[in-house]
Ligand binder design. Structure first.
Ligand code: SAH
Ligand code: SF4
Length: 347
């Protein structure tokens, strides 16, 4: 039965070679198959045309390739594309492609739902159902890249792990997916164009540093003191700011990569002079850029976005203190594709 065959994309090249060796299939076949899977993104064994027909049939009887399928594709009036993907177990996830003049960015999900329940995030209102495997994350990139080429004639230039889920609570699969996306045997994209965003899992941050990861790291900060941060992000209880900052500094010292602090500016919650001054202190402690993020209103959330004049004032305050700061305007709001809005509404 096809459903009982082995998911070949869960195997490393060495594991495929070991399987093949049991059937006296030469090692170079494993290399060819691996190349079809991860470099050419083959969706079936039939496509693997440099393999004999008999061998392809044997593969088909013994293995399967469990791709995501595109379920709904929506385009925002600002060009942003959101794809609802169906997993083989029928669970749904979402990925987004954001076009800009200088870059084409894919925003990918790492889990079905999220266990962390941040108070401002639509994904956090779904329960975490399971982790995505490396192939399911890789497929989002492949599909979003196809859309990017189809609609804009350009390939993806950047990938951000800012879709549904907390990437560092699915550490192994996320790292494996980045390998497949960046290695020359895979899609060969530059690791420096990948950003992993975390709500602050200190252990995962330290592990990335120890493993010498070369991609960029963003912290969803959103409040610069423990009391306020705990009100909106439960994870701050187990991973308080002191610990997270130490872990980030450790990452910076090991990799030389500055951190990006994501800071949603909420009206009368984290937009005061004192908040700015706390944020400036954190930027003196850890070399960082600040992205001020426009809040996308989520149904049932008490927080609202900061007033425009307050946003400008807050930004200027940071700039005057020498902080490298940018404002990130929301994209794809009309199709619920903006940050924090991914919640499978079209399910
Ligand atoms: N779980 C990871 C990555 C996914 S969230 C993390 O939290 O970092 C991606 C980004 O969107 C995070 O910075 C998150 O804080 C932000 N976000 C969540 N809800 C939002 C909302 N309603 N408006 C704007 N940004 C939001
Ligand atoms: Fe999960 Fe990130 Fe949303 Fe928090 S902001 S609930 S960590 S996806």
């Amino acid at each position: 039965m096809k459903s009982l065959t082995k998911d070949i994309r869960k195997l490393s090249k060495e594991e495929i070679a070991a399987d093949f060796a049991l059937q006296n299939i030469p090692k170079y076949r494993a290399k060819q198959v691996f190349d079809w899977l991860w470099n050419k993104s083959a969706g079936s064994f039939e496509e693997m045309t440099n393999l004999s027909k008999d061998f392809r049939q044997w593969m088909n009887e013994n293995y399967s390739i469990r791709l995501l399928s595109e379920n709904v594709v929506q385009q925002s009036n600002d060009g942003t594309i959101k794809i609802g993907f169906q997993c083989v177990d029928n669970r749904m996830i979402e990925g987004v492609m954001i076009p800009a003049a200088d870059r084409m960015t894919a925003c990918v999900s790492s889990q079905v739902g999220c266990s962390l329940s941040c108070k401002f995030c639509a994904t956090g209102m779904l329960k975490r159902e399971r982790n995505l495997d490396a192939g399911e994350i890789y497929d989002q990139v492949v599909f979003l890249n196809k859309q990017s080429i189809k609609q804009f004639g350009k390939s993806l230039s950047n990938i951000v792990y800012m879709g549904m889920g907390e990437p560092l609570l699915n550490y192994d699969n996320v790292m494996k997916s980045i390998d497949y996306i960046t290695s020359p045997e895979g899609l060969g994209m530059s690791a420096r164009r990948i950003t992993v965003s975390t709500s602050g899992v200190s252990r995962g941050i330290r592990r990335m540093a120890d493993e010498g990861k070369k991609f960029k790291l963003a912290l969803s900060l959103h409040a610069a003191d423990d009391v306020k941060r705990e009100l909106i992000m439960d994870i701050n209880k187990s991973n308080p700011l002191d610990e997270v900052m130490d872990a980030l500094l450790y990452f910076y010292n090991k990799t030389g990569n500055k951190i990006t602090f994501e800071y949603i500016l909420f009206d009368q919650f984290n937009d005061s002079d004192e908040d700015a001054s706390n944020l400036i202190k954190l930027c003196k402690r850890v070399p960082a850029f600040v992205n001020i993020i426009e809040y996308n209103q989520v149904d049932g959330v008490v927080y609202t976005k900061a007033k425009e004049d307050r946003l400008n004032y807050f930004k200027n305050t940071l700039e005057k203190a020498g902080v490298d700061v940018q404002v990130r305007r929301s994209r794809g709001k009309d199709i619920d594709a903006a940050c924090g809005q991914l919640a499978n509404k079209n399910k």
